[in-house]
Write a protein that binds this ligand. Structure first.
Ligand SMILES: *Cc1c(COP(=O)(O)O)cnc(C)c1O
Length: 416
């Protein structure tokens, strides 16, 4: 599943000792395994081989240039959600014809830049957005391709904040409106509506929500075809769940077994947008114990990483396994693992059984490769941490830790 394991009582990433890396780069930091991340991509590629889909890595889950580059080298396309991500995807060498662009609020500037770049598809999330893209494309004397992001209104059993496939959420276009847009598409003379897109949510463990949503849009596409409206692409989004605690998520192959037959029948070119599945278990967050305190009621392990570095526990009530980097014996004790930030939401774990740890011990927060660094901030004027990648026994810094200069860049003390 991943390449973080204990060897002689020491946590290793592939063949590199985590403690040795910590000594060189300082703490806290994110650590990625090249092998894990590329293996996960290849697993999807193999499972879906009968369809030869375009696998667009959802770079909002991890936008590090070296991470993106590692996947681009294997033939990955990129699913972007902003002009910034488009710029980084291009820097990482992504082929514009393998880039798809989703976002409920694409700005004029973003649309123009994406047209100029020549991306494969705009995944359009509303009718006014389609009109806007058409207008800008007309001005630029270009014709672009779009897919309509359908909100299939299916239940997705995941956290409220990662559920996107219900009409109570802002995402996509309802089926009725989408049908009307397809029927009246002639008015958008600079946009070829050439696909349908869905993305129903994230960290989805079983196949049922995917199957339900895909069947629903497959029927929708059949209906269009009966009216003589044809498209080329079906983008089934991302959302595959991973193991954080004791989940038993479908494998790429199990997912493929369920959905490939339905997708095959559509005869369309398939696009996928996995994010978490590729990078989630390919990264850990390494942090150092600063203090241990016991207030009589609770024991707190205070570490040098905080919610500004990894916000998932606070934002989604997410569970991350936490292990000491050097295995220790002794009876596990219940404690809260918390950061230094002035917020009660600044925690990595509540009432967690951990072996006894002491000052300067290193802890690894597992499965932190997705929605980790990318959601980090400078709250409390804390520099963003370093990112490191391991390949076999070698490690390289793939993003430098921010300095004080970075923290005040662009800021001015003015006088009136
Ligand atoms: C976030 C997102 C993804 C990736 O979701 P994962 O759960 O990380 O696989 C894919 N497509 C779209 C449109 C997204 O917003």
């Amino acid at each position: 599943m991943h390449d973080f394991h204990f060897k002689n009582g020491e946590l290793c990433c592939e063949n590199a000792k985590v403690s040795a890396i910590a000594q060189r780069v300082g703490t806290p930091f994110y650590l990625y395994s090249y092998k894990t991340l590329t293996d996960h991509f290849l697993k999807i590629q193999r499972a879906f081989a009968p369809l030869d889909p375009l696998i667009c890595f959802a770079m909002k889950s991890n936008g590090n240039l070296s991470v993106v580059k590692s996947l681009v080298e294997l033939g990955a396309g990129i699913d972007i959600v902003s002009i910034g991500e488009l710029g980084k995807a291009l820097l990482a060498g992504a082929d514009p014809q393998k880039i798809v662009f989703a976002s409920v609020g694409k700005t004029e500037e973003e649309i123009a830049f994406a047209i100029e770049t020549g991306i494969l598809l705009f995944n359009v999330e509303s009718e006014p957005e389609l009109a806007q893209i058409n207008l800008i494309a007309a001005k630029m004397k270009r014709r672009v391709q779009a897919a309509l992001r359908i909100n299939p209104d299916v239940p997705a059993p995941t956290h409220e904040y990662t559920n996107t496939g219900s009409l109570k959420k802002k995402f996509g276009i309802d089926l009725g409106t989408a049908r009307r847009i397809f029927r009246t598409q002639a008015q958008y003379s600079h946009v070829k509506i050439n696909g349908v897109h869905i993305h129903i949510g994230s960290q989805i463990i079983g196949p049922r929500p995917f199957v339900g949503a895909i069947k629903k849009v497959a029927d929708f596409i059949d209906g269009l075809r009966a009216e003589g409206i044809t498209i080329e692409y079906l983008d089934i989004g991302g959302g595959l769940g991973i193991i954080y605690k004791d989940e038993n998520p479908q494998t790429a192959q199990q997912y493929a077994d369920k959905v490939v037959p339905i997708l095959e029948k559509t005869g369309l070119k398939i696009i996928m947008e996995p994010g978490r599945f590729i990078v989630g278990n390919a990264g850990i967050f390494v942090t150092k114990v600063l203090y241990v305190k016991d207030n009589g009621l609770k024991k707190f392990v205070i570490v040098d990483g905080g919610m500004n570095d990894l916000i998932r526990p606070m934002l989604y009530d997410a569970y991350h396994e936490i292990v000491p980097v050097a295995q220790t014996r002794g009876v596990p004790q219940k404690c809260d693992v918390v950061g230094p930030i002035c917020e009660s939401g600044d925690f990595f774990a509540h009432d967690r059984l951990l072996p006894r740890v002491k000052k300067n011990d290193l802890l690894a927060v597992m499965s932190a490769g997705a929605y980790g660094y990318v959601m980090s901030s400078n709250y409390n004027v804390r520099p963003r941490v370093a990112e490191v990648m391991v390949r076999s026994s070698k490690f390289k810094i793939v993003k430098e830790r921010e300095t004080f200069k970075d923290l005040v860049r662009g800021e001015k003390i003015i006088s009136w």
